[in-house]
Design a protein around this ligand. Structure first.
Ligand code: ATP
Ligand code: MG
Length: 424
């Protein structure tokens, strides 16, 4: 018995009518990253499970309950990457990218987490990650925030705000952790199950709870900013100065923590109210301890990851203008002898002449009437029309599909120029 084949729950297809938008956004982002001198790195989607367990932290939600892990045929435990920072750091150490040099890197691709699928939360989703290695900051912290702000501007997004916090150095955070455990222990009866579990493993994460019943308790909790070490306080002030000078508004959110263990000092999120509960579009911060933790030397690091699905959803709800990229021309070819070969050759010549040309040739024969219908449906701006008479005279019909102007006859020698004038 055959069951209907379906994609895995929480993993969606991005269909042809959507990919144009994705490509547009990815192109814009890549352009901006190139403008700032960041270089792309591509890592495998599968890594040893141990990599994530060691970097993200055993007690985090990701490692404790969200990873797609399995034993491969050799019995090694592998995991589909839930995020990109761990692999990026692994690759950097493995290939000596951190030896006496700084790196400004980015990557993009699918990530996998076994979460409850809902709006803005998939099991396969896509991130664009940006990481800078070897910079103590706060200039690099600011650069990455400024870069992300440029991205929202380039996409015409307005309803997105920046939240900032500092988590202090590892040492300051350890002290604060004890203070938090102490505070929440005194109110243990008010903690939900998740938070009780986190109390001794990852108490900072309790601050991040979305449980409405706990908001009073969380609001009254001691705040990191009152326990910040001097070095981190100065770092944070300097970052805020640069952002002020650059005209980037922000809110300090003293309860902003990151889910991953390796964050310290600056953390930030870009949040929107347009997407309901899953409102964080982009999140990141400083993780100076991670490379050392992997046995490398001390390399300061700062990065962020942007959730593509949430960004695309925000673009859609905000009605931002995405430049449509319709076909320029649809090439209609009669089925008479010799026309297909001549048409294919002419199409190739045009593609050689005009690298930016988006030209679709009709394949599969059929009447002119049917081909015109296809041409219309393709969204193309113009039709090129070739029959045996045109081949004989070395001409081609040229007709707008968007207005009522009539068909012109243009010679093969001039059709490239004619198209070029009409498609800028
Ligand atoms: P959240 O609190 O929403 O679970 P997170 O802290 O787990 O987010 P990060 O690990 O920081 O998220 O990932 C960075 C970004 O990737 C998020 O801000 C979000 O835009 C996106 N993201 C994370 N998990 C998912 C998911 N399951 N589905 C879609 N996008 C996601
Ligand atoms: Mg999460």
């Amino acid at each position: 018995m055959s069951e209907k084949l379906q994609a895995i729950r929480g993993m969606s297809d991005i269909l042809p009518h959507e990919t144009g938008h994705w490509q547009f956004v990815e192109r814009k982002i890549t352009e901006i990253l190139n403008n700032y001198g960041y270089q792309e790195i591509r890592m495998p989607v599968l890594e040893k499970t141990e990599l994530f367990a060691r970097s993200i932290g055993e007690q985090t939600d990701i490692v404790a309950k969200e990873m797609y892990s399995f034993d491969d045929r050799n019995g090694d435990s592998l995991t589909l990457r839930p995020e990109g920072t761990a692999s990026c750091v692994r690759a950097g150490i493995e290939h000596g990218l951190f030896h006496n040099q700084t790196q400004k890197l980015w990557y993009m691709g699918p990530m996998f987490r076994h979460e409850r699928p809902q709006k803005g939360r998939q099991r396969q989703f896509h991130q664009i990650g940006v990481e800078a290695f070897g910079f103590d900051g706060p200039d690099i912290d600011a650069e990455l925030i400024i870069l992300s702000a440029r991205l929202w501007r380039a996409l015409g997004l307005k309803d997105i705000r920046l939240e900032l916090n500092s988590l202090g150095t590892a040492q300051a955070r350890a002290g604060y952790r004890e203070i938090l455990i102490n505070y929440f222990s005194q109110h243990e009866e008010q903690l939900d199950e998740d938070s009780q579990r986190r109390l001794h493993t990852n108490p900072l994460r309790i601050l991040d709870s979305k449980n409405l019943d706990m908001q009073e308790l969380i609001k009254a909790a001691p705040m990191m900013k009152d326990h910040l070490d001097e070095e981190s306080a100065i770092h944070f002030e300097q970052l805020k100065n640069i952002l002020d000078e650059s005209g980037i508004p922000y809110e300090i959110n003293p309860r902003l923590v990151r889910g991953l263990d390796y964050y310290g000092q600056t953390v930030f999120e870009w949040v929107t109210d347009q997407l309901g509960a899953q409102g964080t579009v982009c999140a990141g911060g400083r993780y100076n301890g991670l490379i050392e933790h992997f046995g490398g030397k001390h390399v300061p690091a700062f990065g962020f990851a942007l959730g593509m699905e949430r960004l695309m959803a925000l673009i859609e709800t905000s009605g931002c203008d995405i430049e449509a990229q319709p076909l320029h021309a649809y090439f209609i070819l009669s089925t008479e002898e010799g026309v297909t070969a001549a048409g294919m050759k002419l199409a190739e010549n045009l593609r050689d002449q005009l690298p930016q040309l988006r030209l679709m040739s009709h394949c599969g024969g059929g009447s002119f009437k049917n081909q015109f219908k296809r041409a219309d449906k393709s969204g193309a701006l113009f039709a090129l029309i070739l029959g045996s008479d045109e081949v004989k005279n070395q001409t081609v019909g040229f007709k707008s599909l968007r207005d009522k102007s009539g068909q012109e006859t243009v010679s093969w020698d001039n059709i490239g120029e004619k198209l070029a004038k009409n498609i800028q």
